[in-house]
Design a protein around this ligand. Structure first.
Ligand SMILES: *Cc1c(COP(=O)(O)O)cnc(C)c1O
Length: 402
């Protein structure tokens, strides 16, 4: 996005500020759609947890997306955004039967990831179609925290338990209508996807009532110049061909489903912060900004790289900085990062701040969460107000025994 536009948005709405570029989200959505255009029935479920602002959900709905939700609260946000229950997939892990019942009541599509919930569901709702999440036992994902499809991960039903799944299906005369996997985030190699897909295909063949196969999300995007991204076009071609073969063998045009989060929204996001001060010690210049891991935790939690640009001094000489936050705990965004000379009150822009950025923000240090702005067709729209002190105290009950 144009740096002047970003600067003017900071002037208008203050800092720190999340800005999302609608055009980028739509173009990423269209890329996926086109990549799988050789399949007959394609469904793209946006992974809500990546960016759950209702206006973003509405934007994706307009583009033609469905959504994937991992909590009942995300389901509720989806309904508020106007999605029909049938457009909402609920793919939780480790939730209570009570929460599953709430999803049943709301009429959304449900995917279960363990035998205990499946048995419960069969006994209670034998006539209701349900899908299962498989653990394909492949190591995907950019780092250990986001690899969720290996054999020790908590997610999914291991392939060696499929016999038991089939027994439960038979026992309760259930209809298992979909098989699902999600192998992790930040997967680069098409081969990793294909390996896991073959496991899913071999499982799919064993079920009689399938309507869809869901490959989850995890497509990687580029975080800096030269950083490779998942070749979605190549992947689409190969997987579509293989999927069509599988449908033929199965004797039905199954729906092919993907659940991209990061791929759709990561690059659309720009996180803008203001420099509070430059602190010089021996060999190090700290640029301290009006934010911290309370607003963007990916660098600290995952060691994630976010490109940082000094948009208010783009021509300044490049120098190395430790970019740090204002939280009283180590909150280093970047070390020895070359940035155009940073001065007090400059505005720094973090790239790739659309996915797992605002949604992972907290109020640690009793700091307020930033505002969010959507830029759509050249106009800016405030889609979340900056928090204020009332937001921090709203649910507190100040006891009078003290
Ligand atoms: C998080 C998640 C996704 C999205 O992952 P990305 O890496 O953002 O594409 C998809 N499906 C499920 C079940 C998830 O939990």
């Amino acid at each position: 996005m144009d740096q002047q536009v970003l600067l003017s948005l900071v002037s208008k709405y203050g800092s720190p500020l999340y800005v999302y570029d609608a055009e980028k989200i739509i173009s990423q959505f269209d890329r996926i759609k086109n990549a799988f255009s050789e399949t007959k029935r394609l469904r793209i479920n946006f992974a809500t947890k990546a960016l759950s602002n209702i206006s973003i959900l509405k934007l994706l709905k307009k583009a033609g997306a469905n959504i994937d939700c991992v909590s009942i609260e995300e389901v509720q946000l989806g309904l508020l955004a106007g999605f029909a229950p049938k457009q909402i997939s609920y793919t939780p892990s480790g939730v209570s039967f009570e929460e599953i019942e709430r999803a049943v009541d709301l009429g959304v599509k449900i995917t279960l990831d363990n035998l205990i919930a499946l048995e419960y569901f069969g006994a209670k709702h034998p006539g209701l179609p349900v899908s299962i999440r498989i653990n394909p036992n492949v190591m995907g994902g950019g780092n250990k925290k986001i690899s969720v499809g290996h054999h020790k991960a908590k997610f999914g039903i291991p392939v060696y338990q499929i016999d038991e799944v089939l027994e439960i299906e038979k026992k309760y005369k259930m209809k298992i209508n979909g098989v699902h996997m999600h192998t992790g985030s930040d997967i680069l190699k098409v081969e990793t996807f294909l390996e896991a897909a073959e496991v899913l295909f071999s499982v799919a063949k064993r079920f009689e009532h399938l309507d869809f196969i869901d490959f989850g999300g995890g497509f990687k995007v580029s975080y800096k110049e030269g950083d490779p991204a998942t070749d979605i076009e190549k992947f689409g071609k190969i997987i579509s061909k293989r999927f069509n073969e599988i449908c033929k063998e199965y004797g039905k045009d199954l729906e092919i489903v993907f659940e991209p989060g990061k791929f759709l929204v990561s690059e659309s996001g720009h996180f803008l912060v203001k420099v509070n001060l430059i602190k010089e010690i021996k060999d190090i210049s700290f640029a301290a900004v009006d934010s911290g891991f309370n607003h963007l935790i990916r660098p600290m939690y995952y060691g994630a790289y976010h490109h940082i640009v000094n948009i208010s001094n783009p021509k300044g000489p490049e120098k190395p900085y430790h970019v740090v936050g204002y939280i009283c705990e180590t909150d280093t965004f970047a070390e020895n990062r070359m940035i155009n000379e940073v001065r007090k009150d400059d505005i720094l822009c973090f790239r790739n701040a659309g996915a797992y950025a605002f949604t992972m923000a907290s109020n640690y240090n009793s700091r307020l969460r930033p505002a969010e702005v959507l830029v759509y067709k050249g106009k800016d729209y405030l889609i979340r107000e900056r928090e204020n002190i009332e937001d921090l105290t709203r649910n507190q009950i100040i006891t009078d025994i003290l």
